[in-house]
Design a protein around this ligand. Structure first.
Ligand code: ZN
Length: 258
């Protein structure tokens, strides 16, 4: 339960976050699993959180597993990690970040999430450094496929995970063991342009996206757990993302900035 002291610290931290964003000329947001847990998506990397207790990530989400047996890979994906991603809806934190972009207070969102919730909330410049679950592509001829359609056809036995050319069709997700996609270079450039990077819901544990805050001039961290960059953060907000961004929206509306 929050004490009045906690509330005071929370209000102060939000005020400093809002100040930093209003002052910034090029604010970039970096998001991770923590922003989407409140949309019902389990953090695949958190110990004790369901999925990986039952399933080995190296088995279920690895490039090696995909290449070894695409049929088994898709069956596991359809039974475990794909449906929660498709069923999730954006929460207030995603929506406020989209509103901030429309007002010019956020220039880009770099996300480690594959759920697509930033776009669904209305964000336009979203750099998905770990890919996404909207589509898939033939690894031989490059033909694109809608991922939900493909998985539905696999489940009815209408089609295998192979293209008409015979090549295996791979989801647009960066699997364990895959190289980073070209969009990561864009994320590096955005981080380098940022005079403020706001980290939301990432413990900054996953290479190489966790190095991006090092490229920004100033950093704010909104994450429940400590991160390696906390020591140089101008503000730290160890609170749920929805609480922080709901409060940011109130402040900005009161100042007629949103
Ligand atoms: Zn093909």
């Amino acid at each position: 339960m929050a004490t009045p002291l906690d509330d005071g610290a929370f209000e102060q931290a939000v005020d400093r976050l809002v100040e930093a964003m209003v002052e910034a000329r090029h604010c970039v947001v970096l998001t991770g699993a923590g922003i989407s847990t409140e949309s019902g998506i389990p953090d695949f990397r958190s110990p004790g959180v369901g999925l990986w207790e039952r399933l080995d990530p190296m088995e279920a989400m690895s490039a090696a597993a995909f290449w070894r047996d695409p049929v088994r890979f898709y069956r596991l994906a359809a039974e475990t990690w794909l449906p929660p991603l498709w069923q999730a809806r954006p929460n207030v934190a995603h929506r406020v970040l989209a509103e901030l972009e429309r007002e010019g207070l956020v220039r880009a969102v770099i996300t480690q999430n594959i759920d697509g919730l930033h776009q669904r909330a209305g964000s336009r410049r979203v750099l998905e450094v770990h890919g996404h679950v909207r589509s898939a592509r033939c690894t031989r001829c490059g033909r694109p496929h809608e991922l939900p359609d493909l998985v539905a056809r696999l489940q009815t036995g209408e089609q295998g995970p192979y293209c008409t050319c015979g090549g295996p069709i791979k989801p647009a997700v960066v699997l364990f063991g895959d190289p980073m996609p070209p969009v990561f270079e864009e994320a590096v450039a955005e981080a380098g342009r940022a005079d403020l990077m706001v980290v939301v819901g990432s413990s900054l544990a996953v290479d190489p996206a966790n190095s991006l805050p090092a490229l920004a001039q100033r950093v704010v961290v909104n994450n429940l757990e400590p991160t390696w960059v906390d020591g140089r953060a101008v503000v730290r907000l160890p609170y749920r993302a929805s609480r922080v961004w709901g409060a940011v929206r109130q402040r900005l509306m009161a100042r007629r900035l949103l």
